[in-house]
Design a protein around this ligand. Sequence first.
Ligand code: GTP
Length: 424
Amino acid sequence: MATAMVMGTQWGDEGKGKIVDYLAQKADVVIRSQGGNNAGHTVVVEDASFALRLLPSGILYSEKTCIIGSGVVVNPGVLLEELDGMRARGVRISALEISTRAHVIMPYHIRIDEEDEKLKGDAKIGTTKNGIGPCYADKINRVGIRIGDLMDETVFSRKLKQNLLLKNRLFTQYYGCEGFDYETILKEYLAYAERIRPFVKDTNYSANQYIKEGRKVLFEGAQAAMLDLDHGTYPFVTSSNPTAGGACVGAGVGPRRMANIVGVVKAYTTRVGAGPFPAEQDNEIGDYLRRTGHEFGTVTGRPRRCGWLDTAVVAYAAMLNSLDYLAITRLDILDGLDTIRICKGYMYNGEVLKEYPASLDVLEKAEPIYEEMAGWKEDISHCKTYAELPENARYYVERIAQLVDVPLGIVSVGPNRSQTIVLH
Ligand code: GTP
């Protein structure tokens, strides 16, 4: 492996953290290229569980270089809190690099996120209210503040002043709330700057240099294909591109460098917040999956919407990402079901849809086409090899690979590193 990439194929929370952590064992460098602290990974090492929000999962291995790439949006306060938390639990932070080009989440981004969601009422997106979207919006509007700006007091104070002039007007005149005090933010952020300065560099150069030197580089995706700003179920998406192309852009590495693109597929489907979800099971099956899979938001505790696996979604994600193989996670959650269904496409207006619909109206009315198969009764969480899996479980994962037309690479039967069956 020169490079490998891990991408979510559904609506997030597929268990990418575990797969990244597993593959990171063989990597020298782990890069995050998009998103911010809205994407939490959970990694279980032996009996300890680590909730990572912004730091790449490779941080748990002290000898690996971890990069927060140019496409990530960084809340420096959250980052420092996470670093302190890791250190307090004995994780040695040695080789962390933060891109000088990454954008900085400011307190006004968080407030805009909150106020916007309030104003939208029923049309709200269900954001995590961490200021991610407004920070990306400023980047696109070319008024954002980058980590490199934060490192230079003169530049930072000028940009902060310019931003507050506009933003405070927005708060008082449009949202009807108070604005922010320049001196307070300046002091807070300059203090952050001093603490993160040792990690800041032009990671576009270091990432490419590592690849050139033959070091093994793992690109860690956050969120998932259906949340992609351009290709997902817009507007119920995130503000960045969590697909393979987006990882190239966000890391500053060209597509020719990319290989081993792994699509993480949860063995069933979940979705947080609003938006169409054809295979949703708003019934006892959905309740069962939610209960058994503990499908509740990590931060908010909100119940996640649950449904059968939808291979129309995964096949679309496979195309967008040019996936090389699949990592199917949480197969153990299906233990004990008499029958299992796979949604393998949709009917719309009496016809089978040949393409994943771009229109949410079509998707809303699309009727899932299911294939039913027998489940398994055994507890598979102790299976160490593919052969040990019950025949019906093997049939299920093989059928997924067949419907999606991507080979199986990994089957995960529990949260621990040891509960990973590797086929590829
Ligand atoms: P986002 O980047 O926010 O989309 O998150 P993610 O895809 O990294 O998912 P995350 O790791 O936060 O959540 C998945 C949860 O499932 C974690 O608690 C994992 O420890 C757990 N998990 C991962 N794989 C398996 C598995 O095969 N079986 C079980 N039972 N749990 C798993």
